[in-house]
Design a protein around this ligand. Sequence first.
Ligand code: 5GP
Ligand code: MN
Length: 338
Amino acid sequence: MTKNDISEIKQLLSNTQNIVIVPHKNPDGDAIGSTLALYHYLKNKNHNVVVIAPNDYPHFLKWIPGEDTIIKFDAEQEKAESLINEANIIFTLDFNALHRTGDMETPIENAKAIKIIIDHHQQPDDYAKYVYSDVNMCSTCEMVYHFLDMLGDVNLINKTIGEALYTGIMTDTGSFRFPSTTSTTHRVIADLIDKGVNNAQVHNNVYDTNSYNRLQLLGCALSNLKVLPEYNAAYITLSQNELNKFNFKKGDTEGVVNYGLSVEGVKFAAIFIENHKENIVKISLRSKGNFDVNTFSRNHFNGGGHINAAGGRSHLSLKETVDNFISILPQYKQDLNS
Ligand code: 5GP
Ligand code: MN
């Protein structure tokens, strides 16, 4: 984002605008945190603002101030489409390609609004007038902080905006432990605490609100964990039956893939989650070091993301998907052993 872009955006925002803010489908902490932070900022600037999410998000995000105003496209499509059509500005946050919004892709594509991307994923598509893309950023929430700073409004970040930003920075960095966490990230976090964010409370709201079933499902996932020492790889499976048994709710499997990566020596971890409703196997991939799961997912599993965290999907059965995964690994043996 150039200085010129920033001054044009500042100019745009000097008049009241109809603004729609969109996160990706199956929004996570960073997607909901960043969209709500921007929502509160723009609302405080007297714009007409609404966050429209493609679909619902986990229970552990349903405390963030303003989340009750989020419109879910799949539940209120007509209303959402008319808001998208009437918008002057559409911000798309925490994703790099419009298809990541599912059924919102076409309405957003056709909208007359000026589009602005704020995102940290690899290889952003070319659909927006203004693009603030930085793949070295730990989270879109950190980028929203820097965006407000560039607009000269960092002083307008209050406790409410801060809580939303803190949530996404915390969840996307695995609570500040991934290599994407920089000294600047910590300075941003320190400033958010200075602005009134109760860090322990935010952590508690997100991570210490487990249901008994969720922990039992985690137990099941861990007992399904397989390690492939010759590839320094590990994978977990969860079948639809297992999900049903533990009364699976959206978000219950978030973070489970990281347990594979925590096995000593493992550099590459996957989780395969059967989804009968969508007739797919949802795949999450994580790595340590140089092994690029974004490329791996793009090449083999119709997905993408970042070097060390990516998602994808398969239309084969759960067993066939795992067999396919294992059959691909020999191509990467050298990379995984270097
Ligand atoms: P997760 O495994 O948690 O679903 O996703 C890991 C990371 O990859 C997240 O940053 C997520 O936004 C991104 N991601 C997940 N699925 C896809 C996909 O299909 N395409 C792209 N480009 N990114 C994805
Ligand atoms: Mn993110």
